[in-house]
Design a protein around this ligand. Structure first.
Ligand code: HEC
Length: 305
């Protein structure tokens, strides 16, 4: 009997060792695939047709896009003065900080065409992929909007501030390769066929493009669920489809109230992780477009991401 137990115990230990070795190999393969992809130099050239304008109307459009639509100035992205955002401490994934993009930071190093390429293609000055900058969510901006954003960045005062930490660990790399988290941005973009949005209108057709900015948290299919790999202290993005576990019964006024005041249809205050600051500045056309798109989605149960 004793001998038998010993054999079972040995068997279990052997299995655990094998599983550990297998897991180690899996992680090794995934992290080297991630590193190789991030080291790739893309053929896509800088968009040299995009050049800054000093027209105040163009700069004002750029400010609106940078603040509200693309969220560049969010506190967790590049910050209100564009000199770098808060460091996002993402537990086992690592630490990520949006850099200083004013003229005294990276903005001073990039040409207008290189900035436009970073926004539309997620490619850095050196031709490699940006890490974690969600270009895939707002690369639909037409050339006129790229000119506006670049003009706004160029008009912003230079700020002397060093860039914060960027440490991306193995778990994040594995999740990126499994498409559970987007860190390697440029590999997600079809560089030869970037879909460009139609002119702004209060329609689902335009709302579809605006809603790409919601997918990073609410999921590709907008049905919500925990962002993979994030600690339980981070609130869970909710279901934005018209399902009973989501936004069934919401009116435009309900969504407008949420986006401008942060108060949900059920009267509760939203957790500040849902970034209300940028969305407060969305104009009526944009909010109506978002509502038209979200309310027309197929209802999906909560959590399918
Ligand atoms: C940085 C992540 C993040 C982004 C980006 C984001 N959300 Fe959210 N959202 C959340 C989280 C987290 C919650 C849940 C907050 C809570 O529980 O209080 C939430 C809640 C909501 C709710 C409340 C739903 C309900 O049932 O009360 C709505 C509506 C919503 N978001 C819409 C949007 C829209 C529209 C966008 C894009 C324009 C967007 N969100 C972008 C994280 C995000």
């Amino acid at each position: 009997m004793k001998k038998h137990l010993k054999r079972v115990a040995l068997g279990i230990v052997a299995l655990l060792v094998l599983a550990g070795v297998g897991f180690g190999i899996f992680v090794g393969v995934q992290t080297s695939a991630f590193d190789a992809s991030m080291a790739k130099v893309y053929d896509q050239k800088p968009l040299d047709a995009i050049a800054r304008s000093s027209d105040p109307a163009v700069i004002a459009r750029g400010k609106h896009l940078a603040e509200s639509v693309a969220g560049c100035t969010s506190k967790d992205c590049h910050g209100a003065d564009l000199a770098g955002g808060n460091t996002l401490a993402m537990g086992p994934l690592g630490k990520l900080t949006g850099p200083n993009i004013t003229s005294k930071g990276l903005g001073g190093v990039y040409t207008d065409g290189e900035l436009a390429r970073a926004i539309r293609h997620g490619i850095k000055k050196d031709g490699r992929s940006a890490l974690f900058m969600p270009s895939q969510d707002f690369n639909w901006m037409p050339d006129s909007d790229l000119v506006a954003v670049v003009s706004y960045l160029r008009a912003a005062p230079g700020v002397d501030k060093a860039n914060g930490p960027m440490e991306f660990r193995w778990l994040g790399k594995v999740l990126d390769r499994q498409d559970k988290f987007v860190a390697d941005v440029a590999r997600r973009i079809d560089h030869a066929h970037v879909a460009i949005a139609p002119p702004p209108s209060p329609t689902a057709e335009y709302g579809k493009y605006l809603a790409k900015g919601c997918t990073g948290c609410h999921g590709e299919r907008l049905s919500g669920g925990r962002i993979p790999g994030t600690p339980s202290s981070l609130p869970v993005p909710l279901n934005l489809t018209p399902h009973e576990s989501g936004m069934k019964g919401w009116t435009y006024e309900d969504l407008d109230k949420l986006l401008t005041t942060g108060v949900r249809k059920n009267g509760k205050q939203l957790d500040p992780f849902m970034p209300i600051e940028p969305y407060k500045g969305l104009d009526e056309t944009e909010k109506k477009a978002l509502f038209a798109y979200l309310s027309g989605l197929a209802p999906l149960p909560f959590g399918g991401r």
